[in-house]
Design a protein around this ligand. Sequence first.
Ligand code: GTP
Ligand code: MG
Ligand code: NA
Length: 347
Amino acid sequence: SKPSDANLRSPICCIMGHVDTGKTKLLDCIRGTNVQEGEAGGITQQIGATYFPAENIRDRTKELKADATLKVPGLLVIDTPGHESFNNLRSRGSGLCDIAILVVDIMHGLEPQTKESLDLLKMRNTEFIVALNKVDRLYGWKTCRNAPIRKAMLQQSKDVQNEFNMRLDQIVTEFKEQGLNTALYYKNKEMGETFSIVPTSAISGEGIPDMLLLLVQWTQKTMIEKLTYSDEVQCTVLEVKVIEGHGTTIDVVLVNGVLHEGDQIVVAGMQGPIVTSIRALLTPHPMKELRVKGSYIHHKEIKAAMGIKITAQGLEHAIAGASLYVVKPDDDLEHIKTAALEDVESV
Ligand code: GTP
Ligand code: MG
Ligand code: NA
């Protein structure tokens, strides 16, 4: 039978790229937050997750007149560090996603961790779009706050357009050297073969509507099967953290299925599998970053896809990167513990 639109989970999108290309700032721009300025040294050092409800995406893309095309409940975006020492976190983030945004600084072109990110995406055959960020740094750029990129381009002088085209051509050539065809998304006639480039500014918001719409449309068009909600829980631990008032908690990404308060769970731990039950299921408010301390919403149950903070007893030695298993009444606990043990070796 054909999966019904009503039963889709949110696509998971991972944002990757070289350090300081503007990954976190792009998310700040969509969220209306200031996470980046609160980071030590302006460097992301953890994986983050933010949920964007469909209504916010609809609002942010309305100038592109594509209202009717939103079928997914929202978009879950995973932020990753670009600094070279965090390859494991980039790998973990990209392993969870349905689609990725590869961010490239238009003034710098492809850099070492751009290439490393590309290798991760190629290895897993992950679809991605390129955000060609910092267009506002082109000399003489005229701000068109939050405008679709074509509208913003039309406002620019010939000199700005020439500099843009020159830098774009250069970067398309650099991608070619990596074995990839890329093109400006609105000139791309062979999506899927040729990767789409969306020019953006995380400071003034040009191109953000295009980037959001492209992500949602592309996932809806090509990944309906993968995005169909299933009862089978698929869940990964991102971080293990002590939170005042909650003890040791784990931040997880629920890729598919549903979690309930009280569920018995198994997670790999440094001293063997941890068997415990969910005390509280917490999420930040929509459009807020999971990795930033704030107020949490308590849930009785949560359906995928979502970034969730779980509180439970005995999580002190949980291992980031491991899978989280739910023990159902008919499941064999020993069997699940063995699976969790095997995880430890692969993390
Ligand atoms: P890591 O997570 O540490 O890899 O960096 P990042 O890719 O998340 O970049 P971040 O958001 O930390 O931005 C790095 C710097 O670039 C900050 O000073 C931002 O203000 C600046 N920046 C990001 N995007 C833009 C942009 O579109 N235009 C301009 N002019 N500056 C930007
Ligand atoms: Mg960052
Ligand atoms: Na940074």
